[in-house]
Ligand binder design. Structure first.
Ligand code: ATP
Length: 259
């Protein structure tokens, strides 16, 4: 079964058609990179999967079921900036989501349940390379460390789908290469499907199993409002990348592949 099924989806804001009749099946555990010119609707598409926007026409299914109308813990998100809470420590940021969910279901967590959660949070913080920074605040971390924290925070909720909106766009190239390795490892180890918006084709081909380009085919000024972007390229990475398996074509740790 496909994890995400996009069926004849349109998105219009007033008279402006942003996305036009998109249909797409995203397999369970795929890593899809969305690329395309600025303003073509990539973030809008991501926000529809997140549940922050609804298609004007068509529908989106998650594991065969219509998406719940609100964002939920089954869909995590990491933005280029401001994904984490500045007034909470690293530990506080990672524990907040599960604490709030626990509070909703069973009241505040105490004793053994809280200790279990703290252990889980410590393990997640270590998994993203932030061990020892548990008591620091985001402003005391570098940009790369903040994005590692944002990934840890999102993954603590065990999302079925991880949505990434240019998550590494503001990082320096060296730091970006490191975090690409982390992202690959997390995608391989954590059972999730990932959809990432990026402006960086190299990043798309480094991380994704499939690269999808959105583009407005008719872009004359008088047509700009009437026609939306469509899927113009759909490229499966070869040889196929399968979650949990590295291929011999994958670059060694720390190396960027040639395009
Ligand atoms: N809430 C909204 N109300 C009205 N128009 C909107 C809204 N959100 C997005 N748009 C419009 O939809 C179009 C697509 O925007 P979107 O941010 O999805 O593009 P994008 O491809 O992600 O752009 P970029 O690469 O520059 O981030 C833009 O013309 C934008 O102005």
């Amino acid at each position: 079964m496909s994890a995400i099924s996009v069926e004849n989806v349109w998105k219009e804001y007033g008279d402006q058609v942003v996305l036009e009749n998109l249909s797409l099946q995203i397999a369970d555990r795929a890593f899809v990179a969305l690329v395309g010119p600025s303003g073509c609707g990539k973030t809008t598409f991501l926000r529809m999967i997140l549940g922050q926007e609804r298609p004007t026409r068509g529908r989106i299914l998650l594991d065969g079921q219509p998406l719940p109308p609100e964002p939920g813990p089954d869909r995590g998100v990491v933005y280029q900036r401001y994904s984490v809470f500045p007034h909470l420590t690293v530990g506080g940021n990672v524990m907040l989501g599960p604490e709030l969910r626990g509070a909703r279901l069973t009241g505040r967590r105490f004793g053994a349940a809280r200790r279990r959660l703290a252990d889980e949070a410590r393990a997640m913080i270590a998994a993203v390379g932030l061990a020892g920074s548990e008591d620091k605040y985001p402003a005391q971390l570098s940009g790369g460390m903040q994005q590692r924290l944002a990934l840890a925070q999102a993954l603590m909720m065990r999302p079925r789908v991880l949505l990434l909106d240019e998550p590494f766009g503001a990082l320096d190239p060296g730091i970006r290469a490191d975090i690409h390795q982390l992202m690959k490892r997390l995608w391989n180890e954590v059972p999730m499907t990932a959809v990432m918006v990026t402006h960086d084709l190299r990043e798309a081909f480094t991380l994704a199993t499939r690269v999808i380009a959105l583009e407005r085919l008719r872009d004359r000024p008088e047509e700009r409002e009437r026609y939306g972007a469509r899927i113009t390229r759909d490229i499966s990475i070869w040889p196929p990348r399968v979650a949990g398996q590295r291929t011999s074509f994958d670059p060694p740790e720390g190396a960027e592949p040639p395009l």
